[in-house]
Ligand binder design. Structure first.
Ligand SMILES: N[C@@H](CCC(=O)N[C@@H](CS)C(=O)NCC(=O)O)C(=O)O
Length: 199
């Protein structure tokens, strides 16, 4: 059994989707968001001194942090056979989505203590060229055509942007990508569980 430390609608949902897609049994332990982040009354710093989700505890007890490592681990061990070149492309795309979309854009956009000017700068300056690149990448067929960890991670990023920066990702290939994923029963299951957790 895998154990995933998460909070609803965090980037850990990409890991949950990959666990679901691979048919792996897992439990989710909920972390309370914020500076004094706690899980089930236990200090979360004991679990991850960096105080960030996701944390994935493997069935043998090994504890993984950092989503790029977690997603590529699941893909390598439980995903489809890939050539060495395909693995390099998977890592490239997961790292791109992690650093350029989630850390650079979504991090400040959803940080309640970020100044309004920071959020405006992210939406007006950083996001548009990134959306251009993502639209082209999806149109060219790597992300999106080959189901994998970059897809799962990009999907959560686009769903969060639809919520936090409405209209900024309205592009034909990105819209088709999101629609295709929202049709997937695995995606619907993971989203429904996150909504139930929010209550
Ligand atoms: N370097 C970490 C960063 C992960 C991260 O930023 N996680 C956010 C949620 S998506 C978090 O746990 N934030 C703590 C908080 O908001 O209290 C990784 O790539 O896994």
């Amino acid at each position: 059994m895998h154990t995933l430390f998460s909070f609803p609608f965090s980037c850990a949902l990409a890991v949950e989707l990959e666990l679901t897609r691979h048919g792996l049994p897992y439990e989710v332990r909920h972390v309370t968001r914020g500076r004094a982040t706690r899980v089930d009354g236990e200090a979360f710093a004991e679990v991850n001194p960096k105080r960030k989700v996701p944390v994935l505890v493997l069935p043998d007890g090994e504890r993984l942090t950092e989503i790029v490592g977690i997603l590529t681990h699941l893909d390598t061990v439980h995903g489809p056979d890939r050539t060495a070149a395909e693995r390099r492309r998977v890592l490239e795309d997961v790292a791109f989505v992690a650093t350029e979309l989630h850390q650079a854009v979504l991090g400040p956009l959803f940080d309640p203590s970020a100044p309004d000017a920071t959020r405006a700068d992210v939406v007006e300056r950083l996001l548009p060229p990134l959306v251009d690149i993502l639209e082209t990448r999806v149109a060219d067929g790597w992300i999106g055509a080959t189901r994998g960890p970059a897809d799962a991670y990009l999907l959560w990023g686009l769903l969060l942007l639809r919520h936090g920066a409405k209209g900024t990702t309205d592009r034909p290939h990105l819209d088709a990508f999101v629609a295709r994923h929202l049709d997937e029963p695995d995606v619907q299951r993971v989203l429904a569980r996150a909504r139930r957790t929010l209550g």
